[in-house]
Design a protein around this ligand. Structure first.
Ligand SMILES: NC(=O)C1=CN([C@@H]2O[C@H](COP(=O)(O)OP(=O)(O)OC[C@H]3O[C@@H](n4cnc5c(N)ncnc54)[C@H](O)[C@@H]3O)[C@@H](O)[C@H]2O)C=CC1
Ligand SMILES: O=C1[C@@H](O)[C@H](O)[C@@H](O)[C@H](O)[C@H]1O
Length: 334
């Protein structure tokens, strides 16, 4: 059985997902796309043998679409995901599930009312082989009891439209999800610590920033987010346990040895670093759908991540620690 996918938003990651789903993933094809940039949508549709539709709803309600990928800007996700639930179509929604915790709860309420899962959120790091090694070492006790983690999230540069809060909602939201997933606990408090700003960051972006995430079980995670580091894309993670440490370094594609030096390349951006990971994420989504199963990061994970990111933005404004208050987790997500 081939899953016919509709894709909403054919920008950077949406177009990549169309390529993956139409030519690399086993068991899927792309039949319809929509983007407000009509020329872009038509070009991407043509590359996949799909049709460019006139609206997001036309894609979602298309009888020739079995499942939907949402890769539009984050502030549109809630409305588009709700339309997928109404149409009873499984949906892989790129992060964030919604830009406010309130909107995430509307989505959860709608999904819970149907009594089953439709939504997977695009927290692709859970599918990355390097992160899986870290997760296994935490789960099987290889490093004893996990106590602390140190994470780094650096982008070479960001566009002018990027803001200080986006460092939390767009970038650190990945570390928030990874923290909850690795430790299997909710984050109860977050603090953003001001640092000396880089002279190369735009005046409206406080960069770099340090974020502290405190877990329900007492563990603490530090995240350095630096979105104008200049030299490339650098994502790292180290978990400190009671008897050992497990580290995920920034993987390198090539090593250049010459003139008595050994030099490693740094990935240019998330497309390079996580290219294979997105493919695994989509393949597992499609394989699940072919057996009628929706798994992966849930709407609850999307809600919890957005709620923590909101608190991080509040801490960024106030400079004070901000407690995270989550609603009770519905049984669907236990
Ligand atoms: N998981 C990951 O590592 C990544 C996730 N993302 C997420 O994917 C989403 C898209 O990000 P990018 O592709 O980088 O942005 P982008 O700006 O390149 O693409 C967004 C596209 O949505 C289109 N769009 C705008 N309004 C629309 C509407 N009403 N309906 C349909 N399409 C509309 C735009 O014309 C644009 O082509 C964001 O939520 C972002 O956070 C992005 C990059 C990496
Ligand atoms: O999700 C992503 C982007 O939207 C975000 O802007 C980057 O900082 C992240 O590294 C990337 O994975």
């Amino acid at each position: 059985m081939t899953i016919k996918v509709g894709v909403i938003g054919t920008g950077n990651i949406g177009a990549d997902h169309v390529t993956r789903l139409s030519s690399q993933v086993v068991g899927s094809t792309v039949t319809a796309v929509f983007d407000v940039d009509t020329a872009r949508a038509e070009q991407v549709a043509a590359s996949a043998g799909a049709v460019a539709r006139g609206s997001a709803l036309e894609v979602i309600d298309d009888p020739g679409v079995d499942a939907v990928v949402i890769a539009s800007p984050g502030d549109l996700h809630a409305e588009q995901v709700l339309a997928c639930i109404a149409a009873q179509k499984p949906v892989l929604c790129e992060k964030p599930l919604a830009t406010t915790a309130t909107d995430c709860l509307k989505v959860i309420e709608a999904e819970v009312a149907t009594g089953r899962r439709w939504i997977q959120v695009g927290f692709m790091r859970r599918y990355d082989p390097g992160y899986k090694v870290v997760k296994d070492a935490v789960d099987d006790g290889t490093i004893g009891e996990a106590l602390l983690a140190h994470m780094i999230h650096r982008n070479a540069v960001v566009p002018d439209s990027f803001t200080s809060p986006m460092a939390m909602t767009d970038s650190v939201v990945h570390e928030i999800d990874v923290t909850r997933w690795l430790f299997g606990q909710e984050i109860v408090r977050t603090t953003v610590v001001p640092t000396k700003p880089s002279p190369l960051a735009a005046a409206h972006v406080r960069d770099p920033q340090i974020v502290l995430l405190e877990l329900a079980g007492g563990g603490v995670v530090t995240v350095e987010v630096f979105v104008n580091c200049q030299y490339g894309y650098d994502v790292r993670c180290e978990v400190v346990g009671s008897t050992g440490v497990v580290t995920l370094d920034n993987p390198s594609a090539n090593v250049l040895v010459r003139h008595g030096r050994r030099a490693q390349t740094v990935p240019a951006d998330w497309r390079v670093r996580f290219g294979a990971t997105y493919l695994t994420e989509l393949q597992e989504w499609i394989t699940g759908l072919r057996s009628g199963v929706v798994g992966g990061p849930s709407a609850w994970d999307g809600y919890a991540a957005t709620a923590v990111a909101e608190c991080a933005v509040a801490s960024l404004d106030s400079g004070a620690p901000v407690p995270v208050g989550l609603v009770e987790r519905p049984g669907l997500y236990v």
